[in-house]
Design a binder for this molecule. Sequence first.
Ligand code: UD1
Length: 420
Amino acid sequence: MGKFRIKGGIPLKGEVRIGGAKNAVLPILAATVLYPGITCIHDCPKIVDVLTMIRILESIGCTAKWEGKTLLVDTSTASNFEIPAKLVSEMRSSIILLGSILGRFHEIKISYPGGCSIGPRPIDLHLKALRQMGVRIEEEHGYILCKTEGITGAKIHLDFPSVGATENIMLAAVFAKGRTVVYNPAKEPEIVDLQNFLNRMGAVIRGAGTNTIVIDGVTKLSSIEYTVIPDRIVTGTYLVAAAISGGEALLHNAQSKHLYAIISKLREMGCMIQEEKDQMYIKAPSHLKAIDTIRTYPYPGFPTDMQAQIMALLTIAKGTSIISENIFESRYKHAEELIRMGAHIQLEGKIAIITGVDRLMGAVVKAEDLRGGAALILAGLCAEGETIVCNSRHIERGYQQIDEDLRTLGASIQKIKDEE
Ligand code: UD1
């Protein structure tokens, strides 16, 4: 693992382009398994999680080739349905292969997933739904063994709108016999993108983004090219970067309609934001204002994946703000590191109380997870002196070139090796 060295106190100014969304491309890569041929994915981010997913696809016999920002995946040679435990432990999202591998091979063996250290992340909703669709599931020695003679359509009510469970159901239902209806599904833009991708391949799915998704099973799909939606969390992170540095930025390939919860909070804090088709402009106020309460909720609520970054911003906002993290337990590891940089944060269970300080101080801090790590880089942008953020690999799971992008915006940030 490397680390990032940031010299704080430079107001950002410039333009940067947002790349394809991690959380859209991962289920899309899983979905390529359903079509035994070549699928062409444009604007595919070259991030660690995508590279891990490619290694998983290769482990079942697929091949993948980069042509610039385009990834060509050939799944015609896939034959294996056992996913190596080591790869699964590197990335929790590997669980979204359940639906597509079952759809194609009617069988999968996969170990319990790993991923970010942000509290327990059960998969009971995934397994319950698959059982309803005619899949036999045995759990033994840390492995999940799934088999089916054929997936059947079912009416599934999700107790919680889980993103991964919704995706797995959609993927498993593509070749199911009959109709599958998902009540209370996740409504994230990435779910809509998965629907659009699958429908372009020939699936029959409607309702993604609403309270009910209906999937009518088909018997075959076809080869397509597809461009992934821009990453709304990277967009949000760069908006905060401009705001925390007291600067301004123009973001290209940014979909403001996916970011209303974030935009509205940034405006409450005094930021000026202009939205245009495919681009967004932000200008920081001279003084950031605190926010009464931010509660993380499933989309269209405030995303848990932006909680750490907004916390970094609130540490220098005038007044007291409250964050309520309602999606994941233990998702406040970044708070302890922000406190080391001089932030005033009190944690009480799922509540964080943040009292703004005049300035943060540069320090050596540790990224414990992807978004928490990004938040520490943001804090470094406004901190006095030098900040070193260790464990860069966590951040590179979801940001292709955060250092290069921030340098384009005028920041002083370098990636350095661990021994430096
Ligand atoms: C996805 C995103 C992740 C984001 C999260 C919430 C991807 C690759 N990852 O993760 O970046 O933070 O959505 O927006 O898209 N739960 C259960 N049982 C289950 C499944 C989930 O109890 O079977 C709980 C989880 O523990 C968690 C909550 O539901 O508390 C949300 O999880 P979920 O929506 O499934 O998130 P992921 O798909 O893992």
